[in-house]
Design a protein around this ligand. Sequence first.
Ligand SMILES: Cc1cc2nc3c(=O)[nH]c(=O)nc-3n(C[C@H](O)[C@H](O)[C@H](O)COP(=O)(O)O)c2cc1C
Length: 201
Amino acid sequence: MRRDIRHFRPGCNIPEEQLSRLLEAARHAPSVGFMQPWRFIRITNPTLRRSIHALVEDERICTARALGEREDEFMRLKVEGMQDCAEVLVVALMDQREQHIFGRRTLPEMDVASVACAIQNLWLAARAEGVGMGWVSLFDPVELAALLGIPEGARPIAVLCLGPVEQFYDRPMLESEGWAKPQPLCEQIWENGWRGEGQIR
Ligand SMILES: Cc1cc2nc3c(=O)[nH]c(=O)nc-3n(C[C@H](O)[C@H](O)[C@H](O)COP(=O)(O)O)c2cc1C
């Protein structure tokens, strides 16, 4: 089972050939109009990794405050594994996406959907090779863009933590920590309209 991982074996690395295989899997993802809008930035500099971690920590605190009565509960959750994972990748949307209108004229967010497909491919490929991956979206994209020299028009959308793990949790961590519950399929699928209330014309 694929799993979002926040506990990594410290002091490990991912062999270069393995990382290349995982990134190859990512770039074979489907994309709207074949625009391939994903860009991956590998973070190898430890100071830079710490700076990104600091942005995540800032946003973790802002998120906790915004949650109001669930603040303390949120602060007890582990929401990233940046300090121990073998690799950190920042995934960004490329710039100049406005030229691409095939499949995006009415749905411009299909660029984000395409990048999410690439990240999911990476996630599944990593799991197939026994490598853990966690997706972190707790950061200010403007600050992260400035830190990484990401140009105007491009936008970071994910920080990915990858690396060897002791174990893959058997359930989503947010489920076992009591944060959220899995919804049954029957509540997520309807026939012929929203809650079955479509108009047959
Ligand atoms: C778009 C996206 C953003 C996410 N951001 C975070 C995050 O910032 N921190 C975190 O701990 N998990 C994050 N996750 C992981 C989810 O919490 C996780 O997928 C969910 O709890 C279900 O668990 P599972 O992936 O193990 O099935 C993210 C997942 C997605 C798809």
